[in-house]
Design a protein around this ligand. Structure first.
Ligand code: SF4
Ligand code: SF4
Length: 112
């Protein structure tokens, strides 16, 4: 079992989650983060830290596609362990639904 980052993170990327993860298993894309499913120890402490509630356990409904997306990008994006600066317009994107198709970026972030 693992927790995964889902659609609400895209273009929000508040990064409160990375500070609390005991095993540093977050990876940074240009406009979202992902969790490495094999590194996550399923502790759940990041879930309540995420303002837009983007982090969910893989036991919650139909999240297989998000497990695969988290796995795919955690293998190519850099690790992030410290909170960086959120996008200036993060609040504007917070409640926008289904951002993956139009707004997801495959580009890596800078990591930290
Ligand atoms: S706290 Fe939530 S929105 Fe912010 S980077 Fe982590 S998963 Fe994304
Ligand atoms: S559930 Fe725990 S181990 Fe997994 S990403 Fe969140 S804080 Fe890290």
């Amino acid at each position: 079992m693992t927790y995964v980052v889902t659609d609400p993170c895209i273009k929000c990327k508040y990064m409160d989650c990375v500070e609390v993860c005991p095993v540093d298993c977050f990876y940074e894309g240009e406009n979202m983060l992902v969790i490495h499913p094999d590194e996550c120890i399923d502790c759940g402490v990041c879930e309540p830290e995420c303002p837009p509630e983007a982090i969910i356990p893989d036991t919650e409904g139909d999240v297989d596609v998000w497990v695969e997306r988290n796995r795919e990008y955690s293998e190519i994006w850099p690790n992030i362990t410290r909170k960086g600066e959120s996008p200036a317009d993060a609040d504007k994107w917070r409640d926008v639904k289904n951002k993956w198709d139009e707004h997801f970026s495959e580009k890596p972030g800078t990591g930290s």
